[in-house]
Write a protein that binds this ligand. Structure first.
Ligand code: BV8
Ligand code: ZN
Length: 248
């Protein structure tokens, strides 16, 4: 592992433009279940892909609302881990650094990252599922058994995130695709590389001549295109990378 860390640090040392794509794994050491495991405990009998969809919301709005409120309470109760914090510090070392996340939590922001492109939206924002009017969550909504109703059109309120089958936000996609084209190095941290179109970004970076550094304890469909695969938890690998770069 040390040899690979040194190789990754050597590649990053002279880089000017770096991009980073993160997935649920970067928040795992904060205690937030990864998406593949989001259906743990009482949710284990549900398929997250079913719940994270218009069909799932239409079928049982209360169930989906409770699933998100439980995840919101979990996210609000945990802290950014050393991986989030090291990533924010690493970013400051490069002339250009773009952080793109598939995560809906705000742990990158709370870990010190100033600009985060959320390809799949954020659980901190809410909107009407019918008229798309933004909605400010009220304290009583957190424990409600059914979604709040839109003050404007009485439609059901939902988190401002991207469900399966829904389009990704235009601005974030533009920025992420720009970053993938411009970067010399792309860090791919804590993602199973299964969900599209996000999973296309490492391929796009590679096509534009970038080198991919993957940080994931397990191999993924992206591992074969990684120049360096650090098979370790991000909460350990990212601080170790930062230390090597600081050592000069
Ligand atoms: C769209 C918000 C179309 C919700 C999410 C067949 C083939 C190809 C594509 C498709 C297909 N069938 C359907 C599709 C499209 C679909 C898709 O890709 N499906 C997949 C499952 C095949 N994509 C979509 O529907 C997208 N929209 O395509 O629209 C369209 C076109 C035109 C017009 C209209 C519509 C929308 C996708 C976004 C869905 N929303 N999230 C919510 O969170 O509730 S995605 C969801 O899964 C997560 O948010 C996350 O972004 C994503 C992937 O999960 P990961 O982040 O990778 O997490 P995962 O648990 O999978 O893996 C964790 C990894 O971490 C593991 O590798 C693990 O080893 C590692 N790890 C664990 N611990 C650590 C660690 N790593 C480091 N350190 C550790 N400590
Ligand atoms: Zn409405």
């Amino acid at each position: 592992m040390h040899k690979r860390l040194a190789a990754a640090a050597a590649l990053l040392r002279d880089a000017q433009a770096v991009a980073c794509l993160t997935g649920a794994g970067v928040s795992a050491e904060s205690g937030v279940a990864t998406f593949r495991d989001a259906a743990t405990g009482l949710w284990s009998k549900f398929d997250p892909q079913q719940l994270a969809s218009q069909a799932g919301f239409a079928a049982d709005p209360g169930l989906v609302w409770r699933w998100y409120m439980d995840r919101l309470q979990k996210i609000s109760s945990v802290q950014p881990n050393p991986g989030h914090i090291a990533l924010a510090k690493l970013a400051a070392r490069f002339a250009q650094f773009d952080l793109i996340t598939q995560n809906i939590d705000d742990l990158h922001e709370r870990g010190g990252s100033p600009t985060v492109y959320h390809l799949h939206g954020s659980i901190t924002r809410y909107r009407c599922n019918r008229c798309a009017a933004p909605y400010t969550l009220q304290p009583q909504d957190i424990t409600a058994q059914t979604p709040p109703v839109c003050p404007r059109c009485r439609g059901p309120i939902r988190p401002d995130i991207v469900w399966f089958g829904e389009m990704l936000p235009h601005h974030e996609m533009e920025e992420a695709w720009r970053a993938a084209r411009e970067c010399e190095m792309m860090l791919v941290v804590g993602t199973s590389g299964i969900v599209y179109p996000a999973a296309q970004l490492p391929q796009l970076a590679l096509q534009h001549g970038a080198t991919i550094i993957e940080i994931n304890p397990d191999p993924t469909p992206l591992t074969p295109i990684a120049g360096v695969a650090l098979q370790a938890p991000s909460g350990e690998a990212l601080p170790a990378l930062l230390e090597l770069l600081d050592a000069g």
